[in-house]
Design a protein around this ligand. Structure first.
Ligand code: SF4
Length: 549
């Protein structure tokens, strides 16, 4: 069976995965994910029309964001689970249609119904779905349509997936915003139409950045209201003797529940990957058995999980197909899934805790080593006056935001090389998991301000934007005129959404790498370079000289 997927940075040959995903996604799963996205568009076609008649349905809106999240890179590889989702979406499609029809009745207007394919029922065969997915295949469309138009459609689709992921994180904490649901329905409904105008697509793309800013703000609020504001914290990065659980991904709520359920159980809890910033939230660090962070970025998990002597929970989009050596002590939750890996239901972590107790745990503590984290917008703003005075006194020459995702490719050394080359009179803000390449290095301080300020997860790009806006206000200028440069590493669709937010805010001269998105062909890239002065990364020395000029 053939496939075509080019939604992430590691796509095969920087053009597209066609036989098996570099991530491990099978052609079958890729086909089912295409159908899930197709069904989301169909549902949105009705929820958008119903919304225009002032009729909404929260369970349909929340299902859309969850299902888009399922199709993100490294989230779900379980074919059976995908089939269940497709059945659920088919029912939701009927419900969305009924919602629209009842809205029409209430407004005494005639409903204009749409005939959709595919439709799941008990006699539908998987082969039928795969045949339909083949027709949807992007590579087929590229042969018949304008590649720049297809590229813009894909940019919107992947931006929507990233936005939906952030909205889903916030939704799990009880936070949502009608403007986000409304935009997602509108954009998906537009994508469901048979003809697209590039200018209309581009306008939706930039609005995706605008709405993603709202989603990141909402998630920031959800995190801060639920767990307090991050504060500068030294986090232990070496093991402590005892039984242990490792929690990976982005979901702070799952981590909190694990911590609550492991109290007085003599089990230590460690964060992994993008959960490192959790150690700086007062509502989480108060648990003494949250002993620190283990390991680094997501792509090293096979080795790290194999060596970790306890059970492991994967909460979001960081899953690599697991090895048999740790598969039976690996657990997933919510959107994450892999055939044969146990799934946690209803936040009942008893199976995870039991598995931890059956493993040997760390038999001895290692010498204590720690790293400093916790520079969210509140913490940075508390030293903003000092930073502003230091910039005015020319003690701080420049601020670099070096952030984003990590990945396995060698050319990602660019980011650690760049961080190492940044002169001692410059600050480095960082976020995302790309920082694991350099966050254990010693960067020193300027006038007592640490030179490396870890702002948190990828969604904490919101914090970076808040800080940049505050600096621009203090200097009575615009962000593009500040002594500030952004150097981003992208990997998956959340990073696409963050990039669209920066483009919406008209931030220029963003350096991006290590590879450019395969779905952005030369023409669309040319447009973005011209309009937003987007810059593919070069060499650290050359780029640094340019940014400091
Ligand atoms: Fe390939 Fe990335 Fe798609 Fe996986 S998600 S199949 S690695 S492009």
């Amino acid at each position: 069976m053939e496939m075509f997927c080019y939604q992430c940075e590691q796509t095969a040959h920087t053009t597209g995965c066609t036989t098996l995903g570099v991530c491990g996604k099978s052609p079958e799963t890729a086909a089912l994910q295409d159908i899930i996205v197709c069904l989301c568009k169909q549902i949105a076609s009705y929820t958008h029309k119903a919304r225009q008649l002032e009729c909404t349905n929260m369970s349909l809106d929340s299902l859309l964001i969850k299902m888009l999240f399922v199709t993100l890179t490294n989230v779900n590889f379980d074919t059976d689970e995908h089939i269940e989702y497709i059945k659920k979406l088919s029912t939701a499609c009927d419900n969305a249609r009924a919602l629209y029809v009842s809205a029409c009745k209430r407004n005494e207007i005639e409903a204009s119904l749409i005939s959709f394919e595919p439709k799941w029922n008990n006699s539908t065969k998987l082969a039928d779905l795969f045949e339909f997915a083949a027709k949807l295949n992007i590579s087929n469309r590229m042969k018949t349509e304008d590649p720049a138009l297809v590229g813009t459609q894909e940019l919107l689709t992947y931006g929507l997936k990233g936005l939906a992921a952030y909205a889903h994180h916030a939704y799990l904490l009880g936070y949502w915003d009608e403007r986000i649901f409304s935009y997602i329905s509108e954009a998906l409904a537009y994508l469901a139409e048979s003809k697209h105008e590039k200018s209309e697509l581009m306008s939706l793309v930039i609005r995706c950045g605008e709405v993603n800013f709202l989603a990141m703000e909402l998630l920031d609020k959800a995190h801060n209201n639920s767990f307090g504001h991050p504060e500068p914290t030294n986090v232990r990065i070496t093991p402590v003797e005892g039984k242990c659980i490792l929690v990976s991904g982005h979901d702070l709520e799952s981590l909190k529940e694990v911590l609550v359920q492991t109290q007085d159980q003599n089990v230590n809890v460690y964060t992994h990957g993008e959960l490192l910033p959790a150690n700086s939230y007062p509502g989480l660090k108060k648990f003494k058995h949250l002993v620190g962070n283990y390991g680094g970025a997501w792509q090293n998990q096979t080795k790290e999980f194999e060596e970790f002597p306890g059970s492991i929970l994967l909460t979001t989009n960081c899953l690599k197909p697991p090895l048999d050596t740790y598969k039976d002590r690996l657990f997933t939750i919510d959107t994450v899934g892999f055939a044969g890996v146990q799934k946690i239901k209803e936040y009942d972590f008893a199976p995870l805790i039991t598995a931890a107790k059956q493993e040997k745990g760390f038999t001895a503590s290692e010498e204590e080593k720690s790293i400093l984290i916790g520079f969210g917008h509140d913490a940075v703003m508390s030293v903003a006056d000092k930073v502003i005075d230091s910039i005015k006194a020319k003690k701080i020459r420049h601020i670099f935001l070096v952030g984003g995702c990590d990945g396995a490719e060698l050319n990602r050394n660019y980011y650690s090389d760049l961080a190492a080359e940044i002169p001692g009179d410059c600050l480095i803000l960082t976020l995302g998991c790309g920082k694991f390449r350099f966050n254990k290095e010693e960067f020193g301080d300027i006038e007592g301000i640490p030179r490396l300020l870890d702002m948190g997860q990828c969604n904490d790009a919101y914090s970076a934007i808040k800080v940049a806006s505050a600096l621009a206000e203090a200097f009575d200028t615009e962000i593009n005129k500040l002594p500030l440069s952004m150097v981003l590493s992208w990997f998956e669709q959340k990073a696409v959404a963050v990039l669209l937010t920066l483009l919406y805010l008209k931030v220029e001269n963003i350096h991006i790498g290590p590879n450019l998105p395969a779905f952005i062909g030369p023409e669309l890239l040319g447009d973005l370079v011209t309009q937003f002065k987007l810059k593919p990364i070069g060499t650290p020395k050359k780029d640094l000289a340019e940014m400091l000029a």
